[in-house]
Design a protein around this ligand. Sequence first.
Ligand code: PXP
Length: 238
Amino acid sequence: MATLGVNIDHIANVRQARQTVEPDPVQFAFLAELGGADSITVHLREDRRHIQDRDIFLLKETIKTKLNLEMAATDEMLEISKKLLPDFVTLVPEKREEITTEGGLDVKNNQKYLKDFVNSLKSSNIEVSAFIDPVTDQISSSGEIGFDFIELHTGKYADLKGEEQYVELQKIIESTYNATDLGLVVNAGHGLNYQNVQKIASINNINELNIGHSIVARALAVGLEKAVREMKSLISKN
Ligand code: PXP
């Protein structure tokens, strides 16, 4: 059964809208854990538009599950992650003007740079994941570089409907098997919600699903703890 990583960036989005101290993502991480989150994911963006440095250091001290730090592969982020020592780091591409992460990391065309980056994190005992599109070349390059995990980008699957969505789902299934054969542990995420999660959760060998927006949206109606519990229950029905 897949586990659930809850992304709490949106809690920080609400706080930053007023540049104040509430709602505090650290408190909401606690509620997510009570609802059954298996890990807490935060994306420290270069422009600090939501999660702040203070959040990640407090989360590291207070959460009882695992901390997954999403970040761009930059010198600044390398330095911060080596101070923080999260349980794992997920490397994502980052563009300042994007609303959320668009597309996967181009591992294939940045092998030398990423290999050094991954080795540096691993030398601090941090496990490393690459957020990539379900594409054969990106998977094989991730295996060659020595990533521990990949996170398959499910955004396209989430946006499509009908036959096109089915085709994208097959790509995700095939990618999961290919990556597993290479010794990679396979996570998935982006755009997953209460309607589309089960087809992804039922893929054999999917380790963890990272979900943020739909859970925080549901939490506005029922509270975060219950929203996480409902998502966990959908994932575990497979
Ligand atoms: N995985 C990665 C790498 C992401 O960047 C995000 C969005 O921050 C997510 C998962 C969660 O996506 P969503 O908020 O659409 O559930």
